[in-house]
Ligand binder design. Structure first.
Ligand code: ADP
Ligand code: MG
Length: 598
């Protein structure tokens, strides 16, 4: 469940929306899948721990022999000790190799699974989410933010496990030498624990603020690079630099805050080390003076305390990694918890489009987060195979009508039927497969022309793709390109002209071969000559399909079966071109205004 409205624009306060427990709870299912690897990892972790524990024992034996407190040392005994130690180090090497490789690989598996889930979820989020989130921020969440999950997934169980074993074993061995001294040392631990928890909280906040700010930076860079032509055209470089630098400095400030938290944390652990050693020196010295401990035991004791301190140090160092991982998980879960607003209704079946008749019945619509009614009790019947044109002032809701048919947005109330089936009750996939859309802004993927046309129907044969290109009138320019169909068109098709891009997008729809066609200002961005070509292709495309055409140049829609004039209050006029001119109303005015301009 979402804890906050994910529709809101992200802020960089680093506010936490989930408790650590919740985060771990949500993360566990991802680890569970690889529990075999995890258990092996923990097993090898215990082996390496064992190797760390044995050295002080050997040193105790040596010291006690040297001081005559135990059996004198012989070469045979020494050799036995050394062989034991070397063997253990070899085991340690093997175990360590496994942990370092397989442990991290397990982490990568988990990271990959989470990224896959996040991507799938993102694909299903509605247009509203994308209107309210910057792409750079979203990208950060599913790339960088999840990098640390590998380290987290691997080290988190392992480090805590090792620390646990070491604490327990050290306690048992130490109290064997001197229970009272050991209790004094362990009494220091709660203080350490309390301080760590406090500082950890602070660390996580700064960590999250950092992430948000990195996303902000990415978004700024992305926007500036994508708009590179505009930036150059308006010589906006200085302004871009200023905006970027603002974000850059904000990032610096947040990072500085983070390092203060880190330094406080590090310093507090060093002071804690000092506290433990003070206890050992004072207590151990007193015990030695009163013959309550042997010198060998004290040596072993000090070595164990060092191991214990090293362990606590590791955990503290790990705290940063831990926080980074937790932040990554939190930002991941925020995506996963964003509700999918537009989805298949329960038990939805595929739509069966036979004729392609569309009717809007009492449709009301306002954009989410923006309580402006765009459509008010809107009724419209588009007959099967009809070519309907919509004209009207900009901002009147023409594009909105087009967005509602493939359910990019859902109606606020009322319904839309296609061939008598309510579109909110059929599967999104079947609905969208039966609709072809050509818009003013053409989006092409970086890749070849062939790949871009094939997007219309994955699995189409080369012959079908070529036929689609011919139908769209794209063949003649494609043939002139150096590699024909296999020409690489650059990111978003920057290497093609507007008219060429539009013809490729039309070929894509030809290949898709939908019953219903939506043309939203498809030729508006083109020059007169390209417009002529593209209009011809579109006329061909519209044959035999129910078509809704939106155009602001009225010449392109003169031949429509019916034209409706849309105003703020709904449909103002409707009829054929001739009928509307004879009426001498709104359409007549628009037509004359246009004629005056030409
Ligand atoms: P047209 O295509 O006729 O020019 P639109 O359908 O694009 O008009 O827009 C109709 C109204 O809806 C406008 O007032 C516009 O500001 C608003 N609008 C369009 N898209 C959105 C959106 N994503 N979020 C909020 N309001 C929007
Ligand atoms: Mg529009």
């Amino acid at each position: 469940m979402a804890k906050k409205s994910n529709a809101s624009i992200e802020t960089n306060t680093g506010k936490q929306t989930y408790s650590s427990r919740e985060l771990i709870g949500r993360f566990l299912p991802y680890i569970k899948k690889y529990r075999g690897l995890l258990y092996l990892d923990l097993f090898f972790a215990s082996l390496t721990t064992l190797c760390d524990i044995v050295l002080p024992m050997i040193m105790r034996r040596l010291t006690n022999s040297a001081l005559g407190n135990s059996e004198a040392l012989t070469v045979a005994i020494l050799l036995k000790l050394v062989i034991l130690y070397v063997l253990l180090r070899l085991v340690d090497a093997g175990a360590n190799f496994f942990m370092q490789s397989q442990g991290h690989i397990m982490g990568v598996y988990i990271e990959t699974d989470m990224r896959r889930d996040a991507f799938e979820h993102l694909q299903r989020l509605s247009a509203t989410y994308y209107s309210n989130h910057k792409i750079g921020q979203i990208m950060g969440r599913i790339t960088n933010d999840l990098f640390d999950v590998t380290e987290f997934a691997h080290h988190c169980p392992e480090e805590f496990f090792i620390a646990g074993i070491k604490m327990v074993v050290s306690f048992i061995i130490l109290s064997g030498s001197s229970l009272s001294l050991t209790l004094m040392i362990f009494a220091c631990l709660p203080i350490m624990f309390f301080v760590s928890v406090k500082i950890n909280h602070w660390l996580r906040q700064t960590q999250k603020a950092q992430r948000v700010q990195v996303g902000e930076l990415n978004a700024a860079i992305e926007e500036s690079l994508l708009g590179e032509r505009i930036v150059k055209a308006f010589t906006g470089e200085e302004e871009e630099k200023r905006k970027f630098e603002e974000g850059n400095i904000r990032f610096q400030t947040i990072k500085k805050r983070f390092y203060y938290a880190m330094a406080t944390f590090g310093t507090s652990t060093r002071m804690f080390d000092g506290l433990m050693y003070t206890v050992v020196i004072l207590g151990g010295g007193l015990f030695l003076i009163h013959d309550m401990i042997s010198a060998g035991d004290l040596v072993a004791y000090i070595l164990y305390v060092s191991t214990l301190i090293a362990t606590i140090r590791r955990i503290v160092e790990f705290a940063e990694q831990f926080q980074r991982g937790m932040t990554g998980i939190e930002r991941f879960i925020e995506i996963m918890d964003t509700p999918i607003e537009i989805k298949d209704a329960e038990g939805a079946g595929d739509i069966k489009v036979t004729d392609g008749g569309i009717s809007f019945k009492g449709v009301n619509f306002e954009y989410p987060d923006d309580h402006n009614k765009v459509l008010h009790d809107f009724d419209l019947d588009v007959k099967a195979g009809e070519n309907l044109a919509i004209v009207g002032a900009s901002g009147g809701g023409k594009t909105t009508i087009c967005n509602l048919i493939p359910r990019f947005y859902d109606v606020t109330s009322g319904c839309i039927d296609i061939d008598g089936q309510d579109i909110s009750k059929v599967t999104l996939k079947s609905l969208r497969q039966s609709i072809g859309i050509v818009q003013q802004d053409v989006y092409l993927f970086s890749g070849t022309i062939r790949e871009n046309i094939a997007y219309g129907r994955p699995g189409a044969s080369d012959k079908e793709i070529e036929e689609a290109a011919i139908m769209a009138g794209a063949d003649e320019f494609i043939d002139r390109l150096p590699n024909g169909m296999d020409t690489y068109i650059g990111e978003r098709g920057v290497k093609l002209s507007g008219g060429q891009k539009q013809r490729i997008s039309i070929a894509r729809v030809f290949l898709k071969n939908p019953k219903i066609l939506i043309l939203d200002e498809a030729t508006s961005a083109l020059d007169n000559e390209s417009e002529l070509f593209v209009t011809k292709s579109l006329e061909k495309l519209a044959k035999g399909r129910t078509t809704i055409t939106i155009a602001h140049r009225l010449t392109t829609i003169q031949n429509a079966d019916r034209i409706i004039v849309l105003g703020k209050e709904g449909i103002l006029e409707e009829g054929t071109h001739e009928m509307l001119l004879n009426r001498q109303g709104m359409y007549y005015k628009l037509w004359n205004r246009m004629a005056a301009l030409d």
